[in-house]
Ligand binder design. Structure first.
Ligand code: ADP
Length: 396
């Protein structure tokens, strides 16, 4: 019994941990329902194990009740021998005492047990109540409109945003992201690049200003239809504890193997998939095959290619891969980026150089934007930023 509970609770915990780690991927890929079913399965297994365990414990209870009954008989015998027969105690009184004892015993046991349970649950209950409160968290208010394919571009119009009311992480952002062009966002760590980009799939709404999709305020559209048009490839793209096939087709249901192999080929992933023990059926993740950083990225790229998104959000890895992986990833990324609207949080010089528009962010503000060559010629912030990075590269 106990082991079954432990194992089910292990599965439940790792499923939850995986969910929390993959929450961005889940939101971006609209797979909340799929994940809900997965969690339900784990919860049901845990509940069944606990109920079984409870039954087994119930079987033990009669034994302790046997002990109690024996004890009672001993008390009656002793009391009769030493108190009732010598006339020190009335029989009626003894019977009343024994009766009261018999009635109270289970209540006391129960009370004691419940006190312990309550003490251990009380803290958890308060936490759950706090989590379920909806009046102290910003909730996304769903718009009614469905989004159409991007025709012109996405515009940030006087956008400010803060995670909490007393500090602004983005201030007065004005930028135009043109369709079918690559926009590179550059800035130091903590400048606000990820936050800015997170407003596009509506992970958050601006606290001031608007984000417009071909002139339509993102607040007026359904976030599901919006996210269907977007794919995110980042260094932290989540690989779920499932087959390679399911990881590539993530959120899209049944996709024929030929199509999966085709996108895997475009993502330069075919070779290492063929080397895996069970090919597309090889299970990845915590309890499966571990992938290298470059392999994970290529799975993420295959996933994005299969979705054929209007908008590609690219969050480049800060740490470089080995040069072979780097080249394979770079090549497949270029295939994915071709002809698409790309917003790249750029760490590689080549991405910045090849971008059509470069936006430099500093402390939540856009301090400079324009074509790469023009910004360099101005010897402004981008130039400064590059010199610092170059200096660091020499020192390192
Ligand atoms: P960048 O991507 O440029 O490194 P971020 O957008 O991640 O910058 O972060 C900008 C600022 O917002 C940082 O000061 C960071 O600490 C803060 N921040 C980021 N995410 C959160 C969050 N979920 N809650 C509160 N503050 C956050």
């Amino acid at each position: 019994g106990g082991e079954r509970v432990t194992s089910a609770s292990g599965v439940f915990t790792s499923t939850l941990t995986e969910l929390i780690g993959g929450v961005r991927t889940i939101a971006a890929y609209n797979t909340q329902d799929f994940e809900r079913r997965r969690v339900n399965k784990a919860i049901n297994r845990l509940a069944k194990a606990m109920i079984r365990n409870g039954y087994e414990r119930l079987k033990v209870t009669p034994i302790s009740q046997g002990v109690i009954s024996t004890l009672l008989i001993v008390i009656i015998l002793v009391a009769t021998q030493y108190y009732v027969l010598p006339g020190k105690l009335d029989v009626a009184l003894l019977l009343a005492f024994v009766f009261a004892l018999v009635r109270m015993m289970p209540l006391i046991t129960e009370l004691n047990k419940n006190r312990g349970t309550w003490a251990s649950l009380h803290g958890s209950l308060i936490n759950v109540a706090e989590l379920l409160r909806t009046d102290n968290k910003p909730y996304l208010v769903e718009g009614k409109g469905t989004i159409q394919s991007l025709k012109e571009g996405i515009v940030f119009e006087n956008v400010s945003f803060g995670y909490d009311s007393d500090s602004e992480v983005l201030q007065d952002i004005n930028v135009r992201i043109e369709r079918a062009r690559t926009t590179a966002i550059v800035g130091t760590s903590g400048a606000g690049k990820s936050t800015l980009v997170d407003l596009i799939p509506r992970f958050y709404d601006p606290t001031q200003g608007r984000v417009l999709w071909d002139g339509v305020d993102l607040r007026d559209v359904n976030s599901r239809s919006l996210r269907e048009k977007i794919a995110v490839v980042s260094q932290s793209t989540f690989i779920f504890n499932d087959s390679i096939r399911a990881n590539i087709a993530y959120g899209l249901g049944d996709i024929p193997d030929e199509r999966i192999l085709e996108v895997a080929g475009q993502a330069n992933a075919l070779e290492f998939i063929a080397d895996m023990p069970a090919g597309l059926d090889t299970v990845l993740g915590d309890s499966g095959m571990r992938l290298s950083g470059g392999q994970r990225q290529r799975i993420a790229i295959a996933r994005a290619i299969l979705r054929d998104p209007d908008i590609l959000i690219l969050d480049e890895a800060t740490s470089a891969l080995d040069s072979v992986s780097e080249k394979l990833v770079q090549q497949s990324l270029e295939r994915l980026m071709r002809g698409r609207t790309v917003i790249a949080i750029a760490h590689r010089l080549s991405t910045v150089e090849n971008a059509d528009w470069v936006v430099v962010v500093e402390k939540g503000r856009i301090v400079e934007q324009g074509p790469y060559s023009e910004l360099l010629r101005k010897k402004g912030k981008l130039w400064e930023f590059h010199s610092i990075q170059f200096q660091q590269a020499i020192e390192a």
